[in-house]
Design a protein around this ligand. Structure first.
Ligand code: G3I
Length: 358
């Protein structure tokens, strides 16, 4: 089924054939239909479940679903001893009805570890080790065969440069071995699940990237059941394509699945911390929109050219409209990182991405 949209303003850019014609109406192709690999989006099920317009777009464009927040530890287990899987069951039903792949984000992440876990772990390190095993067994086991792949460990490395993330209760208490142990437990709970290490800035911070690759290759050598690398790919307009390409190429050399797991493309700057945005540009101009379309195009193209087809796990957009993007509340800036605008109208970025996938 194709969706029809009224074009409010014609898009004009000399020589860019992916821009829509200057018709009043256009048919928007479905991203996943024209793509050779899954195309995902991360959404928060509440309020998504009560938003028919967003659902219409989500069903049209995507065949992979990542929960923006609902599958994190602090959503499932806000209190000790109580697993709340109700939202995930509803998400699973939605993905099954709409024939989408459900991707699990995530199992172990310092930032979504509930405070009660941190408090207990500090008093009793052995408890944490045992809890991690039980949590992964229970959770992955429950959705065995239903959740296709998992971000087993998210952001286990330092924000900048090489090294493990030290401001993590998991590292603090269990040392770096918690990472490989998580992979073992997840694999034991679902031997068919595709298991990822997922992190950010690895496409641009070469020290961080190299540390990750060394860790991953060591896992492969020692038989730790890792099956993929997730590049979050929260990029900025001025991150050079050459640098992104060099990391993708090198990651593909591992032979693992490669997932661009949280794509968005911002114009402004930030320091990677909450509230750390730097508002350099305050208005989205047509020229900026065209440049962003070009960047989405190039990213889609790079992924296809550099990642062998059997390693293409897919490209997932982290929120696909500027109304719901995490960038604005998190960094405290105005930005326009996605393919649909605040009114859920398509942006040139959508056409750039479509063209790149085609
Ligand atoms: O739902 C409550 C709302 O009731 C309350 O009024 C409001 C006040 O702050 O908070 C709302 O919850 C927020 C939630 O997002 C929903 O918007 C949380 O405070 C906020 O911490 C949470 O942030 C999420 C963040 O992960 C932490 O879990 C972002 O939405 C989500 O986009 C972000 O996603 C991460 C990936 O998991 C990992 N990679 C980076 C990515 C972006 O930070």
């Amino acid at each position: 089924m194709k969706l029809r949209y009224i074009l409010i303003t014609p898009f004009l850019l000399f020589g860019c054939s992916w821009l829509p014609p200057e018709d009043e109406f256009i048919d928007v192709d479905s991203l996943h239909t024209i793509s050779n690999f899954p195309i995902g989006s991360a959404v928060r099920f509440v309020p998504f479940k009560d938003d028919p317009a967003l659902q219409r777009l989500q069903k049209h464009h995507f065949d992979s679903y990542t929960a923006g927040n609902d599958m994190k530890m602090n959503s499932i287990m806000p209190e000790e001893g109580v697993y709340d899987f109700s939202l995930i069951d509803a998400i699973l039903a939605y993905t099954q009805e709409t024939d989408q792949r459900l991707f699990g984000h995530n199992l172990i992440w310092h930032s979504s570890t509930p405070s009660w876990v941190k408090e207990k772990a500090q008093k009793d390190p052995e408890w944490l080790s045992d809890f991690m095993k039980r949590y992964i067994y229970t959770y992955v086991g429950r959705y065995r065969g239903a959740v296709h792949g998992w971000d087993v460990v998210n952001e286990g490395l330092r924000t900048k440069g090489g090294g493990y993330r030290e401001d993590s209760i998991w590292y603090e208490v269990l040392g770096s071995r918690y990472i490989e142990q998580s992979f073992h437990y997840a694999h034991e709970a679902d031997p068919e699940a595709v298991l990822f290490y997922n992190d950010f800035n690895t496409e641009r911070d070469l020290e961080k990237f190299n540390f990750m690759i060394d860790m991953v290759e060591d896992f492969i050598k020692r038989g730790v059941p890792i099956s993929g690398i997730g590049f979050q790919m929260h990029i900025r307009m001025d991150i050079p394509n050459e640098v992104i390409a060099s990391t993708l190429r090198r990651a593909a050399d591992t032979g693992l699945q490669i997932h661009l797991s949280e794509v968005d493309i911002i114009f402004n700057h930030h320091d990677d911390t909450r509230g750390g945005g730097v508002q350099k540009l305050t208005t989205l101009t047509p020229k900026m929109e065209q440049a962003q379309a070009q960047k989405y195009y190039e990213l889609a193209l790079m992924y296809q050219k550099l990642i062998p087809a059997d390693q293409q796990y897919g490209i997932t957009l982290w929120g696909f409209n500027d109304r719901d993007t995490w960038i604005r509340p998190f960094f405290g800036i105005q930005d326009w990182p996605t393919i649909y605008d605040e009114r859920l109208q398509p942006k040139p970025a959508l056409y750039g991405f479509l063209k790149g996938l085609r």
